[in-house]
Design a protein around this ligand. Structure first.
Ligand SMILES: [Zn+2]
Ligand SMILES: [Zn+2]
Ligand SMILES: [Zn+2]
Ligand SMILES: [Zn+2]
Ligand SMILES: [Zn+2]
Ligand SMILES: [Zn+2]
Ligand SMILES: [Zn+2]
Ligand SMILES: [Zn+2]
Length: 435
């Protein structure tokens, strides 16, 4: 690998010393590209030489690049590896942006999934399954929840704020607004964001904040069911009774006749579900499709144990994951009318989510479910319980009255169209793909 050297002979009377051994040169001498004017003697020519320009190395020149010895002049002129900053000798890769890699860095480098430039471990970051260079990482929006960069799917939290899909999956969501929370307050077993908790109505008698359904209009405003006086009227069927035979999870009492009707078999639940499905088909003018098939079941002790800690409404139960499938489950404690309302409520969530690909506001989601339950109950001549559902107050009153307004003008079909419109990406809870 002799790059260039001149092979000369001393002319008469010329005196030269070898630059390496300092001895006077006799006869032949040699000069090299990297040290043009400096002669080496023939003896020194045969000592160890630079791997690039092939001139003999001085004793102090011990630099090695990728296992090969180089002289100090060549070393100074070598390209620098963009990653380890070391000199690049042999195999190297030059990229369009001027990036040059030494063999070692090239072997261990991966391409940035965004800009394609090479990055090695330590100078890259894994962001949602992508390996990115720090430059690209710095250009990414930041997840409001975990505080890290987001690439790929993210959801708008309104304004500039976004949340990554992973946080959306795992962060505890506010029971009321459905937004993921960093810190939360609990009321009973239910979690609220600070804002929603502050907005909860309180009982006008005991001043307790009431999380779920459980406030009824009394003479002095809303009262909780614990404070509500016994009026001798069954909450579920509206008939007079001397005492309650049982109570729903939220405290509302029912008469002995209603107690007789408690739905305890899944066959009965399936019958109710069938009537709900045909009610939805009729009212919404849409055929149920195979995607609407859902398992409905009585939740027994065994399943209950596995559900501990989840946010289940106390008086019924709802949609929950079972072996990776979303199913509808109910405690065997609901009088027939209450069971009808609960099945209609939960199934309408299922129906809605199956049709709207995007996220809609939790308020509207719950408002729609309550409205469907009320209308289904009226359709089933369960007027008393339908009125009870209309009369109660919970943290979804806002969504319910919004759906109600549209319902009065254009029925459930109209409400469904309104929800479709509200699920567009412009909505603050809509989905955004961030490249
Ligand atoms: Zn050299
Ligand atoms: Zn390198
Ligand atoms: Zn990059
Ligand atoms: Zn996140
Ligand atoms: Zn909230
Ligand atoms: Zn009270
Ligand atoms: Zn009753
Ligand atoms: Zn619901």
């Amino acid at each position: 690998m002799f790059q260039f050297f001149k092979n000369s002979c001393l002319s008469e009377g010329e005196l030269l010393n070898c630059i390496k051994c300092r001895k006077p040169i006799k006869g032949k001498y040699f000069t090299f590209t990297s040290l043009r004017e400096s002669p080496f003697c023939e003896e020194c020519l045969n000592s160890e030489r630079c791997n690039i320009c092939s001139r003999p190395l001085f004793d102090g020149e011990t630099s090695e690049v990728e296992g090969r010895r180089v002289c100090s002049q060549c070393l100074a002129e070598l390209d620098q590896c963009s990653i380890c900053q070391g000199p690049v000798l042999g195999k190297h890769v030059a990229y369009d942006d001027g990036t040059i890699l030494c063999g070692g860095c090239f072997m261990s480098a991966r391409e940035c999934s965004m800009c394609g430039s090479p990055v090695v471990k330590g100078s890259m970051m894994e962001v949602q399954d992508k390996s990115l260079c720090m430059k690209c990482v710095a250009s990414l929006p930041v997840c409001d929840h975990h505080g890290g960069p987001v690439s790929g799917r993210a959801f708008s939290l309104g304004g500039e704020r976004i949340i990554c899909d992973r946080c959306l999956e795992t962060a505890p969501a506010c029971y009321c607004c459905g937004r993921p929370m960093k810190d939360y307050r609990t009321l009973g077993t239910i979690r609220f964001c600070r804002e929603c908790l502050d907005n909860l109505k309180s009982c006008s008698s005991c001043d307790e904040k009431i999380p779920g359904p459980g406030l009824e209009m009394g003479q002095d405003g809303f009262v909780c069911l614990a404070c509500a006086e016994f009026t001798g009227i069954c909450h579920v069927c509206g008939k007079a009774c001397e005492e309650f035979a049982g109570r729903l999870g939220d405290g509302r009492g029912y008469c002995p006749e209603c107690a007789e009707s408690v739905v305890e078999s899944h066959i009965r639940l399936e019958e109710i579900l069938l009537s709900v499905v045909s009610f939805m088909e009729r009212e919404l003018g849409q055929e149920a499709d195979p995607g609407d098939d859902v398992e409905i079941t009585i939740v027994d002790e065994r399943k209950m144990a596995l559900l501990k800690g989840s946010q289940v409404p106390r008086h019924t139960l709802g949609r929950f994951e079972w072996a990776g499938e979303e199913i509808l489950g109910f405690f065997p404690v609901l009088p027939l009318a209450a069971a009808k309302g609960a099945v209609a409520h939960e199934y309408s969530h299922f129906w809605l989510h199956n049709r709207l690909n995007m996220v809609i506001s939790h308020q509207l989601d719950e408002g729609f479910a309550r409205l469907v339950a009320v209308e289904f109950l009226k359709d089933q001549d369960e007027d008393q319980w339908a009125r009870a559902l209309e009369r109660i107050s919970d943290c979804f009153d806002e969504g319910f009255s919004e759906c109600m307004k549209v319902f009065i003008r254009s029925g459930l079909k109209g409400v469904f169209h309104m929800l479709e419109e509200h699920s567009l990406p412009m909505d603050t809870t809509g989905v955004e793909d961030i490249p």
